[in-house]
Design a protein around this ligand. Structure first.
Ligand code: AMP
Ligand code: MG
Length: 996
């Protein structure tokens, strides 16, 4: 009726674009939007009158000597010539023929069809000017063969062979005989000659011709009004020239360059692997259904938003991708039929065009509002869908890559094509699915609406195609399940924020809930820990240096003396003692002594620039310090220094009046302060309390397989908490700490010390480890890397014949938080939580990130530092309220991680930092401070960080290569080395060589 709404009668976006194209080809300038705004014939008629446009008639034309290719053909041709063996653009069609077959009639009927459609007998040879269309007289004949035992393989093989379009006709046809009355007709069309919609007229014509031929007649169809070549010539005229500003081409080019400016090059998906540099195109499918109730709700929602089911599903797809880490700016691609003119209805040919649909996706938007936003974006895109996709790509100039499809990598299609089921001359014909295992997309979602006889929603059939380069079947199934869960949730409550939809399945939610480390032990203080060590094995060697060995008894006794001297000078609970010592027996002794007094120690690297030392001393408020003569001169006089090897040291220590032992230390008093940020800028001190230390040593015993016989290397600088880690590893079990002199940083020198001392346990940064040869580590039974990301190559080299571990943690969570095994061939992860630690991987709304999805790592548990010394604001920003445990805090690490299943349990994969920090030489540095840090470097350093694109932004990985002035750097080997540093599924977006 004149007042019926197109959409109320079931019109969808695809049909809408066709309706508008059809009206326009009859002489008007409507946009798809007009149909949405005026969806009734009466309303539309008014608009038609308002917007007349001259019509360029589509008719059979005189053919020039050389018929050019249309833009869509051109694109197919170029892709084909890149790899003529590829089946990526094959359209396979299989028809099951049941009943008596008249083979001769079918053969003739096929010839009738190829005679009728010029597109089926066109080749595309190239000359000096490029490819052109040459229609030949005879099409490809139909061949008849016996079906082999494996029919599916035969069909797949026939469908999977390529075409060389310069010489081969773009179609193959074969009948496989399965039995006397059972056949399969397989047609394989190259996409240059057909599109999905072409299958209907093709099948229709073939059946009509077969019906006629079995009756001994020629088909009675009217000749086609135009052929594809006519369309090619007409289309050129309609689109006009790009340099004519009023042409369709110029206007649409302008739209697309504006609309797609700044689009991320590649959508971030929760893949299993990074995929090869050249995508294989191999794909597989997961199919599932959405029930009728949800389908009906989605339809109602579409209606309420004046949108279509396609738009609603598009909104759901981008909502899902965004929740899975794709960020807040997502493009998907879809196909538009492109058969505006009525003359094209019955033609076999390539009319379909590809349109990019780009939408913002904010996590706080309600689904219904997202549908409205998507609707706007889709309408605008559909209104500019005449410009061939290739020209859009050329104009937008995205970074081109052989690894992925340009502009979008996820496609969406709503198929509303009903399968024909026909009977002709006693022969029943049914369309069969052909496994089509090639796709240029990372993911492709195809939805088919099922309806009841009276047009009511009966459910959605969904096929999720995935690139097997990137995804495993299980991951694709999980994705499909999450999509289903999201659809159900938004159908139920379209007004909730998409960021709040629960995407976890029950098992996963349970696994995440139980991902905490073992239960915390009863808290103890550092002095209690050290006292227990000394009491347990008084005569065992505690510390070994180049020139001496000190037993626990002696260490304890000397620490007691020094502690008394410090106490006499005011050290005690609530005070801070600066330790200006490089790694040595003295630096260890001082830690024991300060612990005894109840004070907290704050290491200050005496080799650091004077201003930094002054700043740290003033900032910490330390009034007392311990040092040695060698450094004393450089240290500011604002602090009272106790010089351990000073001329009068012995007397000073001896003369101290014996004081009562300091007041009891509380586990929530600070045990030490560690300055975390780089060698410039404004360092901040993390105040770490005693509470986490008991868990630390318990977990060390468990994870590092420590025994009293262990020999633990002390190679960390005392100004990092890694030094505390090494000391406690030894003292926790009464083992020996092998102190490596501070001048030794790696290489042969370090190797010699490790060998000489028969070190059994080594904790080292990957950077330092890479300076060693595996042969240097023969005595090392447990090799732990820590402090920065380790690459698979180092694991390959060093894991053999020993336990290799990855230890992860920030200073703010008492040195470490997770640990896990490293082994060749095993995914490199940072393992799982150690005792007393609860890790949480959360998104921007503090919701748990599903398994496989990148989120930020938060840590909860007893080990959390008190905060940043004297910086309440900074502390409040990083130590935030635990969303699940009232009153508890969690520390926001700034690290991007994801849960992965490894070795049958959940482990964390480290992906980089999310906050513009890098680690240079073990120090956390703001990216903005790199220049200043460079000034202090003497060699090449690598640092890897992750930058963000927006507030909820998708992570973009940036690798920095830092070099001291004068270093010779070559980009290519560096790129390879940086890639090696990255977690397996990330590739460097950019390698920035910052040579000062
Ligand atoms: P810091 O507190 O100075 O030790 O720095 C902690 C930061 O170093 C963490 O937040 C991570 O970014 C990084 N980090 C520490 N250990 C590892 C590891 N095993 N793998 C990757 N990154 C690490
Ligand atoms: Mg650390």
């Amino acid at each position: 009726g004149i007042d019926d709404s197109f959409f109320d009668l079931g019109g969808n976006s695809l049909d809408a674009t066709r309706v508008v194209a059809r009206l326009n080809s009859a002489g008007s300038a409507l946009a798809v939007r007009d149909l949405f705004e005026a969806p009734t014939p009466a309303g539309l008629a008014v608009r038609l009158l308002e917007r007349p446009a001259p019509r360029i008639a589509l008719t059979a034309r005189p053919r020039p000597a050389r018929v050019p290719l249309g833009p869509a053909q051109q694109r197919m041709w170029v892709l084909n010539q890149l790899d003529p063996t590829s089946a990526a653009y094959n359209i396979p069609v299989a028809l099951r023929l049941s009943g008596p077959l008249d083979a001769a009639a079918l053969t003739t009927a096929w010839r009738d069809v190829t005679d009728r459609h010029e597109s089926l007998r066109t080749v595309f040879p190239a000359d000096a000017e490029g490819p052109h269309q040459v229609a030949v007289d005879a099409g490809v004949p139909l061949d008849l063969t016996e079906a082999p035992a494996d029919v599916y393989a035969a069909v797949a093989g026939f469908a999977g062979a390529g075409f060389d379009l310069t010489v081969d006709l773009p179609v193959r046809a074969r009948v496989l005989r399965l039995g006397a009355e059972e056949h399969v007709l397989v047609l394989v069309l190259h996409h240059i000659a057909a599109d999905g919609v072409s299958v209907a007229p093709l099948a229709r014509d073939l059946i009509a011709a077969y019906a006629a031929r079995t009756a001994g007649a020629a088909p009675a169809w009217a000749p086609l009004p135009v052929q594809y070549a006519d369309y090619t010539l007409w289309q050129r005229e309609v689109l006009g020239e790009p340099d004519d500003p009023d042409s369709t081409t110029a206007r649409q080019l302008d739209f697309w360059t504006r609309t797609l400016a700044g689009l991320p090059d590649r959508v971030v998906l929760p893949t299993d692997r990074p995929g090869p540099a050249v995508q294989s195109g191999a794909s597989a499918d997961v199919a599932f259904t959405v029930d009728a109730g949800v389908h009906a709700a989605l339809r109602r929602l579409a209606r309420a938003e004046n949108a279509t089911v396609f738009m609603t599903l598009h909104a759901a797809l981008v909502a899902l991708l965004s929740r899975l880490g794709a960020g807040d700016d997502i493009a998907v691609g879809t196909a538009v039929a492109g058969r505006g003119a009525a003359e094209l209805d019955d033609l076999v040919g390539m009319f379909v065009n590809t349109v990019v649909l780009r939408t913002p996706v904010r996590p706080d938007v309600a689904f219904a509002d997202l549908v409205a936003q998507v609707r706007e974006a889709d309408l605008a895109a559909f209104a500019h869908a005449d410009l061939p996709f290739d020209q859009v790509v050329e104009a937008v100039r995205p970074a081109r890559s052989t690894a992925h499809h340009p502009l979008f990598q996820v496609s969406l299609a709503l198929a509303n094509f009903e399968e024909p089921e026909l009977e002709v001359a006693g022969l029943r014909i049914e369309l069969q699915d052909v496994a089509h295992e090639a796709s240029p997309f990372d993911l492709s979602l195809t939805l088919r609406e099922r309806t009841t006889a009276d047009g009511e929603p009966a459910g959605l059939e969904v096929t999720l195609g995935y690139a097997t380069d990137l995804f495993d079947d299980g991951t694709a199934r999980t994705l499909a399940a999450r999509f289903g869960r999201l659809l159900t949730a938004v159908a139920e409550n379209p007004h909730a924020a998409i960021g709040d939809v629960d995407l976890l399945d029950a098992q996963e939610a349970d696994d995440l809930r139980t991902s905490a480390g073992p239960q915390p032990v009863t808290p103890v203080t550092l002095p209690e820990l050290l006292h227990a060590a000394a009491a347990a094995r008084p005569d065992a060697v505690a510390v070994v240096t180049d020139d001496r060995q000190v037993t626990y008894r002696e260490l304890d006794a000397r620490a007691a003396l020094l502690a008394d001297a410090l106490t006499a000078r005011g050290a005690g609970p609530g005070t801070l003692v600066a330790l200006a010592l490089t790694r040595s027996f003295e630096s260890v002794l001082a830690v024991w002594a300060v612990a005894r007094t109840g004070a907290a120690f704050v290491p200050v690297d005496p080799r650091h620039p004077q201003e930094r030392i002054e700043y740290m001393l003033a900032d910490s408020g330390a009034v007392l310090g311990v040092t040695v003569t060698a450094h004393h001169d450089r240290l500011p006089g604002s602090v009272g220094w106790l010089v351990l090897d000073g001329p009068d040291a012995d007397t000073r220590l001896a003369l101290v009046p014996q004081r009562p032992r300091a007041a009891a230390v509380h586990v929530d008093d600070p045990a030490y302060l560690i300055y975390t940020s780089g060698s410039t800028g404004t360092p901040k001190a993390v105040a770490v309390t005693h509470r986490g230390l008991g868990n630390l040593v318990a977990a060390q015993r468990e994870t590092l397989a420590l025994t009293a016989q262990a020999r633990i290397a002390h190679i960390a600088s005392p100004s990092f908490d890694a030094a505390v880690f090494e000391q406690l590893a030894a003292f926790a079990v009464g083992a020996r700490l092998v102190v490596v002199p501070p001048t030794v940083v790696g290489g042969a020198e370090l190797a010699d010390r490790l060998r000489a001392a028969q070190v059994s346990h080594l904790v080292v940064t990957p950077a330092a480890l890479s300076t060693l040869e595996p042969a240097a580590l023969t005595s090392v039974e447990v090799l732990a890397v820590a402090g920065e990301a380790v690459g698979a190559e180092l694991v390959e080299r060093f894991a053999g014949g020993r336990t290799m571990l990855n230890l992860y943690g920030p200073t703010e969570a008492t040195i470490w938080a997770t640990a896990g095994p490293l082994a060749p061939g095993r995914a490199v992860t940072i393992g799982s939580a150690v005792r007393g630690v609860t890790p949480l991987v959360l998104d921007g709304r503090l919701r748990p990130a599903p398994v496989g999805v990148v989120g930020e790592l938060y840590l909860a548990g007893d080990g959390l530092a008190r905060g940043y010394h004297g910086r309440a604001g900074l502390t409040a920003g990083r130590f935030v309220a635990h969303p699940q445990v009232p009153g508890a805090r969690m520390y926001r690490t700034g690290d991007l991680v994801r849960w992965v299943r490894a070795g049958g349990r959940l482990e964390l994969e480290y992906l980089g930092r999310g906050d513009h920090q890098v680690k240079v030489r073990g120090m956390r540095v703001e990216v903005g401070e790199i220049d200043a840090v460079l000034a202090g470097l003497s060699q090449v350093d690598y640092a890897v960080t992750v930058g963000r694109t927006g507030p909820a932004g998708s992570p973009v990985l940036v690798s920095y290569v830092l070099a001291a002035p004068g270093c010779e750097l070559e980009a290519e080997p560096l790129r390879a080395q940086v890639a090696e540093l990255l977690p397996a599924h990330l590739v460097p977006a950019a390698v920035v060589v910052l040579d000062a």
